[in-house]
Ligand binder design. Structure first.
Ligand code: PXP
Length: 241
């Protein structure tokens, strides 16, 4: 079965719009637990535009679910991760102006920086992943740094404007998932996934975990968080039959 991590960043986006405490992030996290998702994903951005430091520590303290913390590959963010001690950390590229994580991390261009962060984190039990494009060179660079997990950015597949392009992007993800697994890495995927496009990604048997956020939180307005998550879980389950 493909695992599912739910990203609750955009519950915080909505909360922050009024600068108060509703909708309550902790309440959302308890619903994730009730839905038996495999992990809670939160992206603590450097600009703190949605998730805040207090959120991650409160959720770690109160909710019995593994945390997958997405952070920029910097010393400051890595030190916060060490303090939190989540199940896993996923290094993602960050630009101040972007609306969301645009594209994957360029591993070879950031190799020295990432190596230092791996040193910093090496005494902990935190699993490290990097968010990358479905590209063999990126996968090889990641492996050569000794990182065992990658998350494939599915954004360009999800944002494809026509079926032909979408098929092409899907094929790149299939090949990257297969290759990374063959060389001994754990392959995850996420970004831009929804009820219509998740099936083909979830049916790639090498993908062990999906992380889904924005669509689920948006859909919750119409169907509620629990129903939205359960429907997503049903589609993922069906894709593995
Ligand atoms: N995985 C990673 C590494 C991400 O950065 C994001 C977006 O924060 C997601 C998954 C989830 O993407 P979406 O919100 O589009 O479902």
């Amino acid at each position: 079965m493909c695992k599912l991590g739910i990203n609750i960043d955009h519950v915080a986006t909505l909360r922050n719009a009024r600068g108060q405490s509703h909708p309550d992030l902790l309440k959302a996290a308890f619903i994730l637990k009730e839905c038996k998702v495999d992990s809670i994903t939160m992206h603590l951005r450097e600009d703190r535009r949605h998730i805040k430091d207090d959120d991650i520590f409160l959720i770690k303290d109160k909710v019995d679910l593994p945390i997958n913390l997405e952070i920029a590959p910097t010393e400051e963010m890595t030190k916060i991760a060490l303090k939190l001690n989540p199940r896993s950390v996923c290094f993602v590229p960050e630009k101040r102006e972007e609306v969301t994580t645009e594209g994957g991390l360029n591993i070879s261009a950031n190799a020295k920086k990432i190596e230092k962060l791996l040193d910093l984190i090496s005494n902990s039990k935190i699993k490290v992943a990097c968010f990358i494009e479905p590209d063999f060179d990126q996968i090889n660079s990641l492996k050569s740094l000794g990182i065992r997990t990658l998350e494939l950015h599915t954004g360009s597949y999800a944002d494809s404007k026509d079926k032909k392009n979408m098929k092409k992007k899907l094929s790149l993800i299939q090949q990257a998932a297969k290759y990374s697994t063959e060389i001994g890495l754990d392959c995850h995927a996420g970004h831009g996934l929804n009820y219509d496009n998740v099936y083909d990604i979830a049916s790639i048997k090498e993908i062990k975990e999906l992380n889904i956020g924005h669509f689920i939180i948006g859909e919750s307005i119409f169907s509620g968080l629990k129903n939205s998550i359960l429907k997503m879980k049903r589609i993922i389950k069906a894709s593995r039959k």
